[in-house]
Structures are given as C-alpha cells and as structure tokens.
Design a protein around this ligand. Sequence first.
Ligand code: 5AD
Ligand code: SF4
Length: 436
Amino acid sequence: MNKFHIQTLGCQMNERDSETLAGMLLELGYIQSDNKEEADVAIINTCSVRDNADKRFFGMLGQLKRLKNKNKNFIACVCGCMMQQQHIVDEVKQKYPWVDIIFGTHNIHKFPELLENVISQRERQIDIWDDGGDIIENLPADRLYEHKAFVNIMFGCNNFCTYCIVPYTRGRERSRSPEAIVKEVESLVASGTKEITLLGQNVNSYKGEGDVNFAKLITMLNEVEGLERIRFMTSHPKDLSDELIEAFATCDKLSNYFHLPVQSGNNEILKKMNRHYTKEAYLELINKLRGVRKDIGISTDIIVGFPGETEEQFEDTLNLVKEVQFDSAFTFIYSVRKGTPAEKYTDQVPEEVKHERFNRLVEAVNESSAKNNEKFVGRIVQVLVDDFSKNNREMLTGRSSENKIVNFKGNSDLIGKIVEVKVISSNTFSLTGELV
Ligand code: 5AD
Ligand code: SF4
C-alpha cells in the first residue's frame, strides 16, 4: 500500500482543503501516514498570509529533498496560497527542480489527474489557475474529526484590505448554494458531527441563490435535527448585519462566541488598511452583540506596525483592547506582502518598534483574557470534548460554547460528546473544571 503525508500551513481553509486532498488520495487507494519518512507521496499545503509561513514552507521543502534521494518513486507536491504567486512558483521551479507537482488553490480537484500524469509520464506537472470558476461539489473528504467539522460556505475575498494577500491567492467571492451546504451538514450530522464551523474569508457577505444571506443560512442550519452547535469564521465588521446579531437571539444552536477582527483601534490606520469602518462603529457592534448575548465570548485579530503607525495610533489600539476586554486576540506583526498596496507605502515601521509594540499588545490582551476567564470560576459550561489533553493523559480537553479551552478529568468514552463541566480554576489561556 502506498502512503501519503500532508503538511498544512495556515488557516482553517487550508485545513479543509487538506481534508479534500486526503479524501481523494484515500479513494485512489493510498493510506495516510503521520510519518513523512515513510511516505510515497508528500504534500505541503502552503500559506502566504505572513512572511513566517513563507519561511516555514521553504524549510519543509528542503527536508523533502532527502526523501526524494532515499526513494526514487517518491512524489513531492506543493499547493496552496503561495503557489498562486508567480514569483514563488518561479523560485520553486528554479531552486527545487525535484518537486513533481505544483498546483494552486483553485484546482485541488485536479490533483488525482496530476498525480496520475506524474506516475505515467514521469514528468513534472505545474497547473495553476488564475481564478476559481465554478464551485465543485461532492469532492471526497477525510475529516480530521468526527464530532466537529469545517464546512466551506464561500471561497475568495473581494475586500482588498491593503495589507492582505488573500484576494490575490484565493480569487473573488463565490458562495456555495444553501441547498448544498444544508445537505452536507445533514450528512455530517448523520455520521456523528455535533458542531460545524462555517468557513469563508468574509462569511457576512455570503450570498446564496434566492437571496439567502448569511443570517438566513444560519436560520436554515439551526433547523438541522441532531446538529448541536454552529460556529463561523471569519466576519468583517463592515458587513455584520443587525439580522445576524438578531440570529443570536433566535438561533439556539449558534455558539456563544464571535470572532470579529478589528485589526487596529485607530481610524486613520483603519482607513489606510481599507477596512471601511471606524473604531466607534466597531464598538457599537460589540455593544449590540453583548446586548443580545450578555456573556458572548469575543475574539479578534490585530495587526501592529502597519506602515505609518505612530506611537499614539498604536496606543489607540491598546486602549481599544482595554475597552472591549476581548476573551482572546490573535496578534500579528505587520508583514510586507508582495503585490499588495501596503507594500508600496514608504513609511514602514522599524522592526524593533514593531516588536516592542507587539509585546505591549500581547500583555494587554493576556490581561483581559485572564480577567475574563476568572469570571468563569464557579460556572457550569457545556464542553464538546475533543481529546485527551496533550500534556496530561489523565485529563480531557474540549471547548465551551464561548470557545474557551476546558480541561477536566474523565475517560475516553466522553470524547466527541457534549458534557457539563463546573469550572474550578482559570488561567490566561484555559479553564480547569470537573464533570457535574
Ligand atoms: N501582516 C500581518 N498580519 C496579517 N494578516 C493578514 N495579512 C497580514 C499581514 N500582511 C492578519 C490579519 C487577518 C489574519 C488572518 O491575519 O489580522 O485577520
Ligand atoms: Fe484579507 Fe481583508 Fe479579505 Fe480578510 S477581508 S481575507 S483581511 S482582504
């Protein structure tokens, strides 16, 4: 039996794409291996959102060369967002001539054909499409978990935030039909899925046929019998509708959690980022969400050191973090992306200033995370159990509706179930509790 190994960098979209690649390989008769040393086919699914992901890719690629030398039938494949950038494809072609297959984000369904070509012709295959075209339904998928699943609802992004490479690597927005989404969710639930996470770069601009918008889609999915939790990401504040906020009042399956990237707390920077909202409008959204669900968990994404960011402008971001009291935040140091508008901005912030601001931001975020977590002590939370804890095999770990990591003692038959846990202590990143 031939074995395959997939390494995935980046976001949930990539993780979901890797599940499709694995599904196609299983259909071809391959088996999955955790150990790349024994793989006959290895795939690196790349991310281009920041420079450190680029660097990790080239490190991983170097390691594959050894496998190629060891096994003459070994097939090395690279795909994902980085391959949608011409300069990266040129570099792979020139410096890594032993890579057998290069494909992009728009044609993963072509992978079996490319693989077949390499095997029969022993010739390198390069196939990159400029844009997505029609959405291909019913591709196989080897899901990472049974109890929770990612469900794509749309692909691409139309927003062109000036720092971001995604619109260039994932193309324009295309939404799946509501029927296809509901059907997929029903079949997941039939095979044991309790929680779905709807995926899109900007789910708030979902537009299915017959005027089904995102709020309506949620309402439809809330009706799926046997489904217990609905999550979604990512939202754009400019497109967050009152109708969606209202859905948090009416749809009991919507988890008590909202990820709402703010990126900066300064209006001038937000404008230069092309975000189309102000700090005030963002705060208003947070108020509305907390008005509908008092204890809703809120997380965000923040970039420090965007070109031209002054100390005062950065302090506006710090103050916003203190004001909102996020449950958690993904914090990023601005990374120049080739081909984006912000690459041309001449007032790049020096590295050491970016790092110093980053550290202050992380400190503020951690303080608010710890404070919010403390409030959970004594409360009972509903935990969807994922697995044993990595650090302590006696403990189980899962997520509460608010997306808090909760660790507690229990045995393996609870994995995949939703259980009630009483929180007995908290720290910055997790809660500890006991089964009730
Ligand atoms: N530099 C730093 N962070 C970035 N992000 C996107 N592009 C960049 C960049 N060039 C961050 C944003 C986005 C998250 C997924 O990644 O905060 O919301
Ligand atoms: Fe990038 Fe902005 Fe689109 Fe998000 S909304 S993927 S940050 S361009």
